[in-house]
Design a protein. Structure first.
Length: 256
């Protein structure tokens, strides 16, 4: 029986550097990706998710097969070797532009743009705000999500510079975050407390807070948001994940 290996890592591309994995052990081989071969290999390993498509991609002198999975209604990008023996999850980053090629591809596959009616609902769901900038960002965030905190640290800096106004919509995907999320709503928490992660005092959840969280979660589901942080700028495009501050700054300055 073949052994199938899954690697969770970050891939960095300059002229191309791959970190945490020795690609000299992987044959570059042919750049041909056969959907059925990849499907059989991955599915026989017991890996979850429905495979939607594959295509050939080349980074430097390394040939890989991009594999698009349907994971709970959201499309996710992975990479397999053409022989199907290795499956890699992580971000391919172009070091020259410092852009995540993987994130851009994921956004392209999952692009959701808010309608006028959805904009109205979104604005009604805001739980707290921070900053007075002319640009806006609506963040679906979990109090216990480390990636949310990373994004919020960048947003606080940009908001303090006057670039952006942060609109917080609490979306607890971690089960242990629900009580503090409910309490924050019930006790009318401040955006400053939230973005600075000062949530210890929010310890009185209530039915009203729980009901509000359900509304947040239903709307997130409508937007095909399944994880945090997920965020929306003035262009109405739903984006996912924490990105570097400079990349976020560039996106914000391009907003009309």
């Amino acid at each position: 029986m073949k052994k199938h290996k899954v690697a969770f890592l970050s891939l960095a591309v300059s002229s191309v550097l791959f970190s945490f994995v020795n690609f000299s052990n992987l044959s570059a081989g042919t750049n041909s990706c056969d959907l059925e071969t990849i499907k059989r290999s991955i599915l026989s390993s017991g890996f979850p998710g429905n495979i939607l498509s594959t295509r050939s991609v080349t980074y430097g002198n390394v040939n890989l097969c991009e594999v698009v999975f349907d994971l709970g209604g959201r499309k996710e990008v992975g990479y397999a070797t053409p022989d199907g023996n290795y499956l890699i999850f992580g971000s391919v980053i172009d070091l020259k532009t410092r852009k995540s090629i993987t994130m851009e591809r994921r956004e392209e596959l999952n692009k959701v743009v808010l309608s006028k009616e959805q904009w109205k609902v979104l604005k009604q769901l805001v739980d707290a705000e921070y900053g007075k900038g002319t640009k806006n960002i609506y963040v679906f965030t979990d109090p216990h999500c480390p990636y949310c905190k990373r994004l919020e640290d960048s947003l606080k800096k940009l908001a303090d510079e006057g670039l952006v106004k942060v609109h917080i919509i609490i979306f607890p995907v971690h089960a242990d975050a629900r009580n503090v999320a409910s309490a924050f709503i019930c006790m009318k928490g401040s955006g400053k407390d939230y973005i600075e992660h000062n949530l210890e005092k929010y310890n009185k959840p209530c039915d009203e807070g729980n009901k509000k969280l359900e509304r947040n979660m239903r709307f997130a589901q409508e937007l095909r948001i399944t994880g945090t942080p997920s965020w929306i700028l003035d262009d109405g495009v739903v984006r996912v994940g924490a990105i570097p501050e400079q990349e976020l700054r560039k996106l914000l300055t391009k907003q009309k």
